[in-house]
Design a protein around this ligand. Structure first.
Ligand code: AMP
Ligand code: MN
Ligand code: MN
Ligand code: MN
Length: 283
């Protein structure tokens, strides 16, 4: 592949029905194209199962495509952090096996979540979430949120997180995902480039965040998502400074999950600050 231009409208972060998105991989790719995206990475949670369909569709409609993944890790004191991998080999055995193990914890966690939700008056949540997920290995808080909205408890998915599913709320349960070391070993071992997703979304102090960046860089991590669907302007400035200081590549992604359910639509983010090196130019 010839080097990709810094000026492309790249969207390096989105989800399909193969994790907790609402559109199939083919639908995501077509929507990206219609929105003016030049380069797309599909980054389903702990899954590579949508990449073949997404790539085939992208080839068909002449959209540049990068094989991606978003790996859930546990870091520090029960913090969940997401690590993006770009340009991974979707056939890499160690990556596939690692992701399979990460996913295998989702079903029992869903059972524990449903038991907690039952205590606060939300009944039938395991079955309800599973109906939305379609597969126990994929069931996520997003699927619980859709069920809870459907039951009429609150008006939207975001409110469900605020009341029940965010850390510290009644339906939140602790869970062990992969380690930071695992995620880096799997991504780098599969020929990929590792990037910390949405660094502003973790409840970490500034000092803890720096520790995360240091540990990530030591393990071979290359970049941070400077622009995500949910980043505020002051965070963009802060993460741009971090990228310069640590020598990180910069990523830009919507984290699109579906129409009406996301901060921002595919490809609709502002541009990265011009002095940063976009991660896609180095894949
Ligand atoms: P899980 O991997 O099961 O813990 O679910 C995490 C997913 O929940 C994320 O990938 C988002 O799609 C979604 N999510 C997390 N926090 C929020 C929020 N505050 N509002 C809407 N969706 C959220
Ligand atoms: Mn998600
Ligand atoms: Mn994420
Ligand atoms: Mn995501």
């Amino acid at each position: 592949m010839k080097p990709l231009d810094a000026a492309l409208n790249a969207d390096m972060h989105c989800h399909s029905t193969v994790s907790d998105g609402l559109l199939t991989p083919a639908e995501v790719v077509r929507r990206a194209k219609a929105n003016g995206v030049d380069l797309l990475a599909l980054t389903d949670h702990d899954e590579l199962g949508g990449l073949a369909e997404a790539r085939a569709t992208a080839d068909e409609i002449d959209l540049r495509f990068v094989d991606g993944v978003e790996i859930s890790i546990s870091w520090g004191d029960d913090q969940t952090v997401h690590i993006l991998g770009f340009g991974v080999d979707p056939g890499n055995a160690e990556l596939l096996e690692g992701l399979h193990q990460v996913r295998s914890g989702r079903d029992s966690r869903a059972g524990r979540m449903a038991a907690e939700l039952d205590k606060v008056g939300i009944h039938g949540a395991y079955e309800g979430a599973l109906r939305h997920a379609g597969n126990p290995a994929l069931v996520s808080r997003s699927h619980f949120a859709r069920y809870i909205v459907e039951q009429g408890h609150v008006k939207d998915v975001k409110s469900v997180f605020d009341y029940w599913l965010a850390k510290g709320k009644p339906g939140y349960v602790e869970h062990s995902w992969a380690t930071l070391e695992d995620a880096l070993r799997w991504i780098v071992g599969a020929g990929g480039t590792a990037v910390i997703a949405h660094p502003g979304r973790y409840r970490l102090t500034a000092a803890e965040r720096r520790q995360l960046f240091v540990a990530f860089k030591d393990l071979g991590g290359r970049g941070i998502e400077v622009l995500s669907g949910s980043t505020k302007d002051e965070e963009v400035r802060e993460f741009s400074r971090i990228a310069r200081e640590f020598g990180f590549l910069a990523s830009r992604g919507s984290d699109f999950h579906g129409p009406g359910e996301s901060w921002i639509d595919l490809g609709k983010m502002p541009d990265l600050p011009a002095d940063l090196t976009p991660v896609w130019t180095q894949l």
